[in-house]
Design a protein around this ligand. Sequence first.
Ligand code: MN
Length: 230
Amino acid sequence: MTQPIVSFSVAAASAAIAGSATRFPVRRIFCIGRNYAEHAAEMGASVDRGNPVFFCKPADALVADGADIPYPSATRELHHEVEMVIALHSGGVYITEADALTHVFGYAVGLDLTRRDLQAIAKAKGMPWDTAKAFDHSAPLSAIRTASEIGHPQSAALTLEINGAMRQQADIAQMIFSVPEILARLSRLFELKAGDLVFTGTPAGVGPLMRGDAVQARLAGVAELRCRIA
Ligand code: MN
């Protein structure tokens, strides 16, 4: 029997590390929803502390700092969600809150880009969120700042500007589920491993992005991300 011919290779996803030529290999991208009370309220959702909302994006949805993002197909309502992102250098199952930060390699700022119109349809019909959340180029990400350099920030301004106008402004101290709580909860559902990223939810002020918009996301003292909607 002849061997099948595989004449292609698949690039492994990775992220930049600030101040380093070394890349962070990315395994999976997890996201939590409804993690700031005012954002849950603006979406008409209630926060259930017993059941955090988790979803995933594919690793190849990452977009590097400075890159253009093509306006996605099949939507007329592309929304920005600025979020702190956790990068893990180890993992496990049933991680305790007390141990959780030992697994954190560093932190970044990212965008959980969302086809809001498709998400609204999915919510109304009780359908999955994949087409609303996990599309190509849906995860712009800054370089990762290592925890060995900056520690584990408990409070930092999280902001998003479009064409120089402030659209989202909050502090990560306002998160409903803290970083240790998120990792503990998520590790009951998935085995977390080195290379995993976790988007930690967006504050209020989400809204539309248009072609040509210049977007600047910042987690003060941690990271900055610039991109343009093409
Ligand atoms: Mn989000």
